[in-house]
Design a protein around this ligand. Sequence first.
Ligand code: CTP
Ligand code: CA
Length: 230
Amino acid sequence: HGVGERAGDLAGLSIAISAGGTREPIDPVRFIANLSTGRMGVELANEALARGATVSLVSANIDASVAGMVSPGVQVSKVSTAHELEAAMEKLAATHDVIVMSAAVSDFRVDNSADVKIKRGAPLKLSLVENPDILAGLARHKREGQIVVGFAAETGDEHVDYLEYGRQKARRKGADLLVINRVGAQAGFGDVDTTVTIVDSQGRTLSDATGSKRDAAAAIMTAIARKKSD
Ligand code: CTP
Ligand code: CA
């Protein structure tokens, strides 16, 4: 299969996608980050554009090599912190039909970040406070007919399987579609094959796909096209 078969099925749709991972400053030269490269979000943006959508990509510290893969024609804006990402997505939500939160957002930020570089020599305590849940907020304030899509990166543990954690997250977030992604030491980050399961707001499976992130992006855009024609 390829993009060709579905060419144009997203024509007329405007899609805003966040990608990458936020950075929360500790001091002017240090930050809290995560392993997200932005690859999944960039594949989503390219796939959506190829299928006829108008695409805005909000890039949160995407790896340089991945940023170079963004198709010309995707409108890119850059942010760094979760607060900046929230402001950018809320602004785009006012004008876009579909919102996709594929960025890895830091759950916490440093409450006592320093304006000058912190020196060694004394014990340091960072105080972390919770960041806003951007996806849940976008889902809560969704406009009529708008589609909100979230991701769930899950490892599972000895008590609960990763899919079940994802289904629980779907019910909690209120997004129309949630893409459950199994992550681990080897799986999930960068240029690796991935297995995604797409569920609805009740946690019911709609479809799944295994393959490259491009294959996963195609499956996600197909789920969005289907949801739109519901
Ligand atoms: N997300 C968000 N704002 C946050 C944290 C997460 O918008 N502060 C979004 C992510 O972009 C993703 C979805 O919520 O689309 C799920 O992120 P995830 O980290 O898996 O979920 P959390 O609700 O943060 O739960 P957990 O405690 O498992 O990290
Ligand atoms: Ca989280």
